[in-house]
Design a protein around this ligand. Sequence first.
Ligand code: HEM
Length: 527
Amino acid sequence: MVFYQLFYYIFENSIIVRKLFITDNVYSKLHVQQNLWILLFTTLGIWYIKYLWSRRKLYWYSMNIPGPFGLPLIGSAVLFIGKESKILSMLQSIQQQFPGIYKLWMGPDLYFMVSDPKYIEIILNSPRAIEKQFYIYEPFAEILGDGLLTTNAKKWRHHRKTITPSFNQKILESFVDVFADKSKVFAEKISKLVGKKDVDWYILVSRCTLDTICETAMGINMNVQEVNECSLGECIEILMELANIRVFNVYYQNPLAWKMSKMKQEFDEKNNHFQNVISGIIRKKKEEFNLNQLRDLTYNEDGIKKKNLAFLDLLLENSDLTETELRAEIKTFVGAGTETSAASICAVFTVLGMFPDIQQKLYEEMVDILGLERDVTASDLPKMKYTERVIKETLRLFPVAPAFARTLTGDINLGDKILPSGCSVAFVVAYIHRNPEYWPDPLKFDPDRFLPEEVAKRHPCTYIPFSYGPRNCIGGRYAILNIKTVLATVIRQFKIFSEYKSIEEIELKLQMLLRFKDGYKVWLENR
Ligand code: HEM
């Protein structure tokens, strides 16, 4: 209100000057110019004061929370410019200076970087911390659509409620046959690579996880492990890589620079292909569903299930999602499930290769449960206790989703401080999982940290590979079952080796997914 009154006052003044201009030409011309400048600066000044005032809570509440040096306007972004490849180590060293929580101004955006588990629990359980951080997730939203991972809080609540029943234990167990079939194809593929050291494990494993997720999400056997040219797999890899560039490269964060780059063309091309593949499958499934063929296929005349239902079938049957919403959710499962599971499996292979005694123990557990030949079934998986501890310890040291962020839609009271509405809160999982305060000798690979009695001693938020609270990973249990099945199939046929000798040696690259900077350095021998 004040702003408009002032603006009106200045405008009125300039009319007076215009009147002067009619009476005394030269004198008035000067005055008109002067007044226009005053008008401009006053307007800008008022706009700026109004802007600062609207953000007063951000400044006020952040005053008591420490943080690194920042320049006016760009804030602490100056610390990261040109050091994109060292973001993780930079964040770790800042976190060591300011344990628990610190603030980071990135241009006009205020971030709180949180590592204290008691704060993490309060924040991630809060309904005010459901909204995602726009700048980080936007490039991924362009690929995955408005699905669970990227959508706004309002839509998310409805979708999560609708989709959660499709991830119940019974349904996940019904997928184990698919996990086992795809793992056998994978084992067959890698049997030709015994002894070879220059293998791109990530590509091979991600083809296996893509095959698995396509069949469990859409009920389609894409057979991507068998075809030499996997356009869908390549497409997803390139899209994720380009999205990472947009998030982490300061230059391409500028939408104009991105739009003018060649990468944008490639992005659009691959994105169209991804959309078309998924749309085609959904349309076909929907037609089948409308013709009631799906029920005929999946149930016999007594109504007994003949074939496992995929997530898409379940959503078609039980949800009110539109075709666009279904497409977004299926793309989200494929996008969020393929590379995360693949990177985790590659990391487990590496640690098994590095620690032969741990590999031997895991192998013995598998042979005890399954013998040497038998296929894995759903009832075998809960018995794999040691294997589960190995997977958990791997995800502690190599959390494939190494950081995530939320934007607060209301103030959150942490007890001794308040985080104001409008700020962003980020969690650098890779650091939290290596904090010596909660993880003694943090770089020691020790699966027994996950024995039930050890877990009971720790705060639950010292370990958050799948995030925490209502907006955690919906596919966490799916991922663990899948990884166990792959391990059961591979480890009984092959011995795994790695050139890495210690965890310290493994340099990490922080992107949306955590990568090993120099690859996995794994090779196999027959048992
Ligand atoms: C080891 C494998 C996996 C890891 C470490 C992992 C980790 C995570 C993390 C940390 C989040 C939260 C991200 C955020 O808040 O921004 C997340 C969200 C999500 N994940 Fe996973 N994930 C894995 C596998 C999967 C799989 C296999 C699926 C699908 C079958 C999946 C589907 C999703 C979805 C849909 C979300 C968004 C959930 C929501 O916002 O409600 N994830 N995941």
